[in-house]
Design a protein around this ligand. Structure first.
Ligand SMILES: [Zn+2]
Length: 634
């Protein structure tokens, strides 16, 4: 999908990893109506046959789109006609893709579902082929003439001004037709590092077995590692680490070469497209200043004493008398013998309470969503993993997939994804289709913000100090995992690219050394906050996101933005809330950095990152106050 069209079709698809599926079956309903806890895809297409008929029709329309090639510069009317035609087909193709994708996720084992999804992907490729001329043609027309056209056609301006501006930005980075053809033809080759990585890390990597203290034998694949690294028994989690990481270390060289190739490819793209460096290339699509990325890294480094404070607190709470170790990071800092349970009805009620702060318009959309059949809630055999919101079907409504386990993590995921859903509803009621595709930066601020507000709410409503500490601990982990960990990844990625850009070389061994230095810095090895064992410094080889370009930093910046918004809404009330809602309503009508700015946040300044560090310190103040009270009463 080219970037000019990508925004609308990628409208906030957010995936959160979740534990594997439990095995309670959801039987199909006899009359085609959905079961309780099941979404109703008939709002998209009444039957699979109706989908097929629409597919044939839209495919024909897509085939005909190159009839508009060379017409855009003729007149404002001709430009509007061509862009509208493309947009209309794109909208319908996206709706087809949404249905195919959701249907496939109901049961990933069904061949007909897989084939439908393949068809939708082919339609996407066809759209790409049939509109590949579009951006070069707009660039050829030039900004001056485009602005004249917009002045003459209010409709053109209303629907397409942002997309036109976004296409024109690419002028210095688009190559000759011949060069673009060569790069496009090499696309499959460029996708190989990720494929090779995935083949090895998710497929062929030998999975060692470990015997836990209670005699349980576990084959340590990625899912088992995620589960057992949280073991309450310290010897068990050490054993899990000591067994899991050597399996990666054995392929240190291969992982290193694969990731080096990925980095080289990104450096190559930046060079041939006339970007000063690969970071500038990566942040260009969102028109995000490089300064935001660099400020994020600088500010996370400045806040490391806050992270170290958390690690010391963790050590004390876990009763560890020697050094805290990297395998002590995932065990819950405060656990409860019977952690609270939340049904979906509970989650809805809590979400409505938590989101009071956003005012009546937000709440009425949330209620509208809960009243609809938009959710696929419970795990069942064959269902896709994780959780997401898909709001790409502009004329319909968002759909949400969960694998609800009724625990706090599920509740947190619930408010996260509904944050995306309400964002989509606010956007679609305000923006034309063409401006509905919002960026991840804004999207994750809306959703992570909900998770932070939920955490505040649960702390405030806890029944006793033990429960309060349980939630405060969860709040701290959310910040460590989303802010510090992702920023450490971001810093690592930046370092890798800079090595290649300066003409240096990389290897698995070198990467492990670089990663070790970062782990020690972030986790305070020299400050005595944690002792980092070099055996675990192969962790970089476990992170698939390094093959998605500069990607992970968006979550960290979004969380910082959400922290500043939460403070502003708490202190200022309605004016700050209205700025936040206006930002959500703006959808994809402007660049995310500008939208933040209009809402009062400068993501290139220290303020958002300071707000997040302050929040983390406030959580720790609360824990220490409870601990001090405990100390006195003993
Ligand atoms: Zn999300």
């Amino acid at each position: 999908m080219n970037r000019f069209l990508a925004a609308a079709s990628l409208l906030a698809l957010c995936v959160i990893s979740a534990p594997p599926l439990a095995a309670d079956a959801a039987p199909p309903a006899a009359n085609g109506a959905p079961e309780t806890g099941m979404w109703d895809l008939r709002d998209l297409y009444p039957t699979p046959e109706a989908w097929s008929a629409a597919y044939t029709r839209v495919r024909g329309q897509a085939q005909a789109l190159d009839q508009y090639k060379g017409t855009l510069g003729k007149s404002p009317h001709a430009m509007l006609k061509a862009l509208s035609a493309i947009s209309d087909v794109q909208k319908e193709a996206t709706r087809l893709a949404v249905y195919a994708s959701l249907k496939a996720d109901e049961d990933v084992r069904t061949a007909v579902n897989q084939e439908r999804q393949q068809s939708a992907q082919q339609l996407g490729t066809l759209m790409q082929e049939k509109t590949a001329w579009l951006r070069p043609e707009i660039i050829g027309i030039g900004q001056k003439r485009v602005l004249v056209f917009e002045a003459k056609s209010p409709e053109l301006k209303r629907r397409f001004a942002f997309q036109l501006d976004n296409a024109l930005r690419y002028a210095p980075h688009v190559l000759s037709l011949q060069s673009e053809g060569v790069i496009a033809a090499a696309g499959d080759v460029f996708a190989q590092p990720n494929s090779i990585y995935s083949q090895l890390a998710n497929g062929e990597l030998p999975r060692p077995e470990v015997t836990l203290s209670d005699g349980t034998k576990v084959k340590l694949d990625q899912a088992a590692y995620t589960k057992y690294r949280t073991a309450a028994n310290r010897a068990d989690r050490k054993k899990v680490f000591d067994t899991f990481w050597p399996s990666f270390s054995a392929f240190n060289g291969t992982f290193g070469q694969t990731l080096t190739t990925q980095v080289q490819e990104e450096v190559f793209d930046a060079k041939v497209r006339h970007f000063p460096n690969s970071l500038a290339d990566a942040t260009f699509a969102d028109n995000m200043p490089e300064a935001v990325y660099r400020q994020l890294v600088a500010q996370a480094n400045r806040s490391l004493p806050t992270l170290h404070r958390y690690l010391r607190l963790r050590k004390k709470a876990l009763g560890i008398t020697d050094d805290l170790r990297y395998y002590d990071v995932y065990v819950p800092i405060f656990d409860l013998p019977n952690p609270p349970k939340f049904s979906v009805a509970d989650s809805e009620k809590i979400a409505l309470d938590v989101d009071q702060i956003y005012g009546p318009e937000y709440l009425s959309l949330l209620k509208q969503g809960f009243a609809g059949t938009w959710m696929n809630v419970y795990p069942h055999p064959g269902k896709a993993n994780g959780a997401y919101m898909n709001g790409s079907a502009y004329d319909v409504h968002p759909y949400l997939l969960f694998n609800n386990h009724d625990d706090y993590e599920s509740l947190s995921t619930f408010v996260h994804e509904w944050g995306h859903a309400v964002h989509t509803l606010l956007t679609t009621k305000t923006q034309p289709y063409e401006n509905a595709g919002y960026s991840t930066f804004i999207a994750e601020t809306a959703s992570i913000g909900n998770e932070m507000l939920l955490n505040d709410y649960m702390v405030a409503h806890a029944k006793n100090d033990a429960e309060k500490e349980y939630y405060l601990g969860q709040g701290l982990e959310l910040i460590r995992g989303t802010f510090f960990r992702q920023t450490m990844f971001a810093e690592f990625q930046l370092q890798l690219h800079e090595v290649i850009e300066k003409g240096g070389t990389l290897s698995g061994e070198k990467m492990t050394g670089m990663y070790c230095d970062l782990l020690k810095k972030y986790y305070g090895d020299a400050q005595g906050a944690m002792k980092v064992d070099p055996a675990y410094c192969i962790e970089w080889a476990y992170i698939p996101h390094f093959y998605y370009g500069f990607y992970v930093y968006q979550y960290a910046t979004s969380m910082a933005g959400a922290a500043q918004f939460a403070d502003a809404i708490e202190h200022e009330g309605a004016p700050a809330r209205d700025r936040f809602i206006a930002m959500l309503k703006a959808g994809g009508s402007d660049y995310p950095y500008t939208l933040y700015k209009k809402a009062g946040l400068d993501m290139a300044s220290p303020a958002p990152y300071e707000a997040l560090a302050a929040r983390m310190n406030r959580i720790m103040d609360q824990i220490e106050a409870i601990e001090a009270k405990k100390g006195k009463s003993q």
